[in-house]
Design a protein around this ligand. Structure first.
Ligand SMILES: *Cc1c(COP(=O)(O)O)cnc(C)c1O
Length: 368
């Protein structure tokens, strides 16, 4: 790619293909692959990523909210899409746009049946979410009687799948808890199947689940972070390739004297003669103020330049006293060698957060 001349997020489709194939290689041949493309495909570009994954024959997509699914349909995505976190206010839109809800409690189920019946639906596919220990969304095992009787009372909907979500699939210290969740899910699935009389698909594993619990892949797996190049462990990070690189440029260099201050609230005070570089990316772009005051850094000509003072809305200033650089030089915030997970660690957070925070105002450029 040519050097960045403004702030850009580069998205590497060959890395995406690599990650998809790597994760697929961990599955049985008949296990379906759902790609999680919520939150702009983890801060990248949900439409471009979904289109690329369609060319790789992905089986399903998932988003968190209805409007994210609508955006994919508007862009011509035809693969089935699960909306993980539905709200009754969106049910009409959801059906009109052929989006499939994950249903997590009795009230939401009742409301969805009402809407499906009003819109004269037959066997509209829904996905039933069970809470096996995350305590976030989902029915409990003892809700099965209620769910089954509601389903048997209508032909407007059908339970296409049952799902649950692991609380700590990346954490080897939580092996017992993950196994407990897997066993609870199996028991729920058995009971549900016996009562309803057919066998919905089952899916439980996110990326770390795919990698760490091969016995729990069931009929489909749901991968997000792995597709974007992170495996939640040093070992698995090596097998994956980050798809997104965030790059910028030096807008201006200042030579400052000892005891001058830099930025808002005069938070940085120079220790001697120093050089600073101003970069056009700020907290409105996803570089949290937490990275300010020498917690975070960028890479300029292969060297770390620490962020000095407070992160501004649209800019950061970095210390380039010991870096040979000039105005117009490229700046790397993260890429495939200076990975987002390491930068995230400098601020006590995780790859998921730094990636999804990247603002939509940053231009996306695509590398085939
Ligand atoms: C976000 C999400 C996923 C994807 O998790 P990763 O760790 O990114 O692979 C899977 N399932 C559900 C229910 C989710 O909310």
């Amino acid at each position: 790619m040519s050097k960045a001349q403004e702030t850009v997020l580069e998205i590497d489709f060959s890395a995406l293909t690599h990650n998809f194939n790597y994760l697929k290689s961990k599955l049985q041949p008949d296990t379906k692959f759902l790609a999680v493309v919520k939150a702009f495909a983890y801060g990248s570009d949900s439409v471009a990523v979904a289109k690329h994954l369609e060319t790789l024959n992905v089986d399903y997509f998932a988003v968190a909210y209805t409007n994210e699914g609508v955006a994919l349909r508007d862009a011509g995505i035809t693969t089935p899409i699960i909306v993980l976190h539905t709200q009754p206010v969106n049910f009409k839109t959801l059906i009109e746009r052929c989006l499939e809800p994950s249903i997590y409690n009795a009230n939401v189920l009742t409301e969805f049946i009402k809407t499906a019946e009003t819109l004269s639906q037959k066997n509209y596919p829904i996905h039933i979410k069970f809470n096996t220990g995350l305590n976030r969304l989902g029915f409990k095992e003892n809700d099965i009687d209620t769910i089954v009787s509601k389903l048997k009372n209508t032909n407007s909907i059908i339970a296409k799948s049952l799902l649950s979500h692991l609380a700590a699939s990346e954490d080897a210290n939580e092996l017992d808890f993950s196994n407990l969740q897997i066993n609870r899910f199996r028991a729920i699935a058995e009971k549900f199947k016996d009562q309803i009389g057919y066998k919905p698909w089952l899916h439980l594993c996110n990326t770390s689940g795919i990698l760490n619990y091969p016995e729990a892949h069931f009929d489909m797996v749901r991968s997000g972070i792995g597709l974007y190049g992170f495996g939640n462990s040093d070992k698995e990070d090596k097998n994956l390739k980050p798809i997104a690189s965030l790059k910028s440029v030096i807008s201006q260099i200042h030579n400052i004297e000892k005891d001058e201050t830099v930025g808002y609230n005069r938070a940085y005070i120079s220790k001697g003669f120093e050089r600073t570089a101003t970069i056009p990316i700020g907290h409105a772009d996803g570089i949290s103020r937490i990275y300010g005051n020498e917690k975070g850094y960028v890479i300029i000509n292969g060297k770390k330049a620490y962020i000095i003072g407070n992160v501004c809305m649209d800019m950061i200033m970095v210390n380039v006293t010991n870096i040979d650089c000039k105005e117009g030089d490229e700046v790397v915030i993260f890429d495939s060698t200076n990975v987002a997970s390491t930068i995230a660690e400098s601020a006590g957070t995780i790859s998921y957060e730094i990636l999804t925070a990247i603002s939509q105002r940053i231009k996306r450029v695509f590398k085939p």
